[in-house]
Write a protein that binds this ligand. Structure first.
Ligand code: ZN
Length: 301
């Protein structure tokens, strides 16, 4: 068709129709561009818009997961996110959505670690477990279960001593003995290390052969031993990129996790291991450095 003829026809159209067509076309182009813009802000806004009315409401979602089980709310929101964002599976992490790393020290413990793993699995989430020597040797099956759940095992030293008071040889022994127990149970090495009490100096930092992971949100679960207090403290202070400190050796911590993980998922947080947090935030964990939180690259606002 001749372009001049088309232009002539448009000229002859009622101005109002031309205006409406113009607005529709321009809006469509803008929305399309926003959807695929770096950072996906439109996607995030759309996700919030759809999910906010559901947050903190006890709604039964009649959605079945892969095993035919009815999903709880947290799992549903993960499922919803993967449906909406077109991810290929609900475990997939979206780097544009807030995420936190839950970490559990001083275990493993067959009862409490087991309960925590169940909640993580039901919510397509993972965590990092910093284990100590005697428990690692005593409960190899729990170490295997952690690994099978896709979670990460970190080194918390054999006897939970302050490393700044030890000689080089003693530090090496404290680290190696835990690694041997983990390797024996799972066939894998530990990937990260957390010095007991978060105590380190330059000498310790220089000697440790795995990235040192501290925390920036201390639940003080050992102090309160109260599930509700732990849950409230986390929900009041949590933010994107946090590394959250807990201990999988208390009944109250396992109970807190059963409440907390679905609540965090309702608030839109993805729950990942420390190494995943670093990876999805685009940070490479380096030796001779200690990490308290992991923030993503600064986004243009
Ligand atoms: Zn500890």
């Amino acid at each position: 068709m001749d372009i001049r003829k088309i232009l002539k026809q448009i000229k002859n159209l009622n101005n109002r129709y031309v205006y409406i067509i113009y607005v529709v076309v321009v809006t469509t182009i803008c929305l399309f561009a926003a959807q695929f813009a770096p950072g996906g802000r439109f996607r995030n806004w759309y996700y919030d818009l759809i999910n906010k009315p559901n947050i903190n409401k006890e709604i039964e979602y009649a959605v079945e997961d892969r095993d035919g089980q009815e999903m709880n709310q947290g799992a549903f929101l993960t499922y919803y996110r993967y449906e909406t964002f077109g991810a290929t599976n609900p475990e997939e992490v979206d780097e544009n959505v807030p995420m936190v790393a839950l970490t559990f020290d001083d275990g493993p413990n067959p009862d409490y670690t087991g309960r925590i793993l169940e909640v993580l699995k039901a919510n397509y989430s993972r965590a990092t477990f910093f284990v100590v020597g005697p428990n690692a040797e005593k409960y190899p099956d729990t170490l295997k279960a952690i690994s099978a759940a896709g979670c990460e095992i970190g080194n918390h030293t054999y006897n939970h001593k302050n490393l700044t008071n030890l000689s080089e040889e003693e530090i090496e022994e404290q680290v190696d003995k835990v690694n041997r127990a983990v390797k024996k149970a799972t066939g894998e090495d530990t990937t990260v290390i957390r010095p007991p009490y978060g105590a380190y100096n330059n000498q310790v930092l220089g000697q440790l052969m795995e990235p040192v992971i501290l925390w920036d949100l201390d639940t003080e679960d050992w102090k309160s031993r109260n599930a509700q207090t732990i849950v409230e403290h986390v929900l009041d202070t949590v933010k994107d990129g946090d590394i959250i400190l807990m201990h999988d050796i208390y009944d109250s911590t396992a109970e807190a996790i059963e409440i907390l993980i679905p609540r965090l998922k309702e608030q839109g947080y993805q729950i990942v291991s420390v190494s995943e947090l670093a990876r999805y935030k685009g940070k490479e964990l380096e030796l001779n450095k200690a990490y308290g939180e992991i923030e993503g690259p600064v986004k243009d606002e």
